[in-house]
Ligand binder design. Sequence first.
Ligand SMILES: O=C(O)c1ccccc1NCC(=O)[C@H](O)[C@H](O)COP(=O)(O)O
Length: 224
Amino acid sequence: MSTAARTQVNPLPTPAQDRRLVKVCGMKYPENIAQVVALGPDMLGFIFAPKSPRYAADTLDAAQMRGLKVPKVGVFVNEKPAVIRRHALHFGLDAVQLHGQESAAVCAELAEADLSVIKAFGIGQAFDPRHLDAYAPHCSFFVFDTAGPAAGGNGFAFNWSLLQAYDLPVPYLLAGGLGTDNVTQLKELQLPSLAGFDFNSKLEQAPGLKASALVKQVLTELHG
Ligand SMILES: O=C(O)c1ccccc1NCC(=O)[C@H](O)[C@H](O)COP(=O)(O)O
């Protein structure tokens, strides 16, 4: 019999009108992962983009990852589908978040390989939902993040009111510069198909190391 740890499978959460989902992204260290999981986020994100200071492939513990009882989202930037699938298998990822210029065809290929796909889009001064039509059939969620110098983790917000134009059926997470300074605004935010929030650099002590007190504060504010 194999001694390899079996993978805990966690379906992505279902969006609900009265409860915004909270994803804590950019987790890197096993002990910190255990601390944050204990606080009850809806999803955790792990960065597999080599240029990121949150690059996690070398620090994660695969056995811990496979046993986590929270949906695990691997974040990739313009990575080859074969590499994405290898990481997904090794770390027991439940979903992949594509944070570069990946095509709708790449999303379809990964979805056909039984991975839940989250496609991220960087938003600058304008937003046209028609650019997303081809992605919709293959994605469980979108992420709308601030366009900036880095692929992600830029730490500042975009003009959220641009999302009033959103009219697709795919639920989305809002990202970019979310933290304890704007969580009260987030709580009141009304936007079409908004499912939740993706927190990252503003909850950190150092890149990839989340401050439990800050994570707890946003979870308490949003979930009570
Ligand atoms: O966080 C990173 O370092 C990163 C690097 C490359 C691609 C994506 C990355 N983060 C993905 C996320 O989902 C972040 O939560 C999102 O960009 C928002 O980050 P922040 O502005 O720091 O809140």
